[in-house]
Design a binder for this molecule. Structure first.
Ligand code: PAF
Length: 284
């Protein structure tokens, strides 16, 4: 696996592949890779001849109160993991390369409405940072397809909307959530959990499963608000603190209406130093 840090080397490699008529899949990450990321790379191989992974801890998507300096950086370990899944090229730009003027001075991409809901409300500016860096990385890599984890469900919908609205020539491939045996969705943020918190954390997904069962067992008119309140209480009683728990239209993420059939349960909860997110699509 070749690693490049600068744009010139990245473009030279992509150009060489293009001249051989090879297709390119892209997996953007912030590093500290786990099985969930490796599943993205494995999926990417099914869609293209070559797979490029980027590792860039994007300052633009962190809020002022969020500790970017302590975000886990494990490059040597990440490289070793990426080799096991046959990554063809790793791109590890610095912030100066991505934001030469500083990200406050940079042009940016704003995906309206969907970016302001849920995680966007809890983390103002977060999705502007995500959309901007993903747009920039797409322009640098110019992939045919890009793979994103479904755990970050809202992020996935923001990116799909950006790609559609701006006619970007890249297919977005959602890849299913990889979970621990306990049901806990794999995440770099799980690394912040103590062993005591790790024992509590599975209650989060178990509650989403409970809510999904309740929804499927009940009939219209469903009392969505009461079910959501009960589920939030279950999460809080287990020792987490619900940030939000919402039933949404699966694509627009607008609050559920009685006519919606494809919905998704979206949730975020605090546990110790971690803010966990998870989701569960439900077909009614
Ligand atoms: O999901 C992530 O790791 C990040 O939000 C992404 C898509 C790599 C953009 O920085």
């Amino acid at each position: 696996m070749n690693t490049v840090e600068n744009i010139k080397d990245l473009r030279a490699q992509v150009k060489a592949w293009r001249m051989q008529d090879l297709t390119v899949a892209f997996v953007p990450t912030m590093g500290n890779l786990h099985e969930g990321h490796l599943a993205l790379v494995k999926a990417a191989h099914r869609y293209a001849d070559k797979v490029i992974v980027s590792i860039f801890v994007n300052p633009m998507q962190f809020g002022l109160s969020e500790d970017i300096d302590n975000y886990p950086r494990t490059l040597a370990q990440d490289k070793a993991s990426l080799i096991t899944v046959n990554t063809d090229l790793l791109f590890t730009p610095t912030a100066d390369i991505i934001y030469p003027k500083g990200f406050g001075e940079n042009s940016y991409v704003e995906v309206p409405n969907i970016s302001e809901l849920y995680c966007g409300a809890s983390r103002p500016g977060h999705f502007r940072g995500v959309a901007t860096v993903v747009c920039k990385l797409f322009n640098l890599v110019q992939p045919d397809v890009a793979c994103f984890g479904s755990k970050d469900y809202q992020q996935l919908q923001v990116i799909k909307t950006m790609v559609e609205d701006l006619s970007m020539p890249v297919d977005i491939i959602p890849v299913e959530i990889i979970r621990e045996k306990s049901g806990l969705a794999m995440s770099s943020r799980n690394g912040y959990l103590t062993s005591e918190e790790l024992a509590i954390a599975p209650a989060f997904y178990k509650t989403l499963q409970w809510l999904s069962e309740q929804l499927r067992a009940s009939h219209q008119p469903r009392d969505y608000a009461a079910l959501v309140m009960q589920a939030s209480e279950k999460i809080d009683n287990a020792g987490l603190k619900t940030d939000y728990l919402n039933l949404c239209h699966a694509q627009t993420l607008a609050p559920v209406t009685p006519n919606d059939k494809d919905i998704v349960i979206l949730a975020a909860a605090y546990l110790g130093k971690a803010r966990l997110i998870d989701n569960l699509p439900v077909n009614l």
